[in-house]
Design a protein around this ligand. Sequence first.
Ligand SMILES: C[S@@+](CC[C@H](N)C(=O)[O-])C[C@H]1O[C@@H](n2cnc3c(N)ncnc32)[C@H](O)[C@@H]1O
Length: 207
Amino acid sequence: MAIVRVREHVNPLSQKYQAPASPPDWTQIYAQPEQPLHLDIGCGRGRFLLRMAQLQPERNFLGLEIREPLVEQANRWRDELGLANLHYIFANANNSLRSLLSPSTLEGVIIQFPDPWFKRRHQKRRVVQPGLVADLAVCLQPGGYLFIQSDVEVVAVEMRDRLAEHPAFEATSQDWLRQNPLPVASERECSTLEQGLPVYRTLFTRL
Ligand SMILES: C[S@@+](CC[C@H](N)C(=O)[O-])C[C@H]1O[C@@H](n2cnc3c(N)ncnc32)[C@H](O)[C@@H]1O
């Protein structure tokens, strides 16, 4: 697989990322559009979803990513593998969930190793903002799940607290999960674990 080189971080608050993404014709995207939909926010190069889509053909998968060249490459890889239950969209997740998805259309949402934006003045660029939590509460079905993980404890705590504050979400445990409940590790999870570093994970249920 050829690798496209792209800049490491983009600022989701910059003017060029403010237009919400337009929804595609889902019947043209998925071979079986009625299958349960699972969303990966900030999917990066998309390898996690490539593997998930192969392992779970009975589900549809959607990756949102703000770096467009990665989306184009991921959709090429998807085509090479002939996967009809997977799609990637160039979008700023902070303003595109409601334009892309109808209420209660998601069975699962995954947010893995979001950009940490350590400097205080940059923290509003982090993807899990109160507005995103509110949009997720609308788009996730009751009984659906939301899985978050990060290698940066302060970021994991902030995501966990923002979700826990919302009445639609309930954490499945008080402590960080020791194991990833999903059958595939993301690229960032693999590199974190290879370095022997901790991962902070929480699983939420949509009430
Ligand atoms: C550190 S990478 C993690 C990639 C992957 N989730 C993983 O675990 O390997 C975070 C990704 O989120 C993307 N991202 C950041 N803010 C975003 C936003 N507002 N909407 C969509 N994607 C975003 C970044 O471009 C980057 O690819």
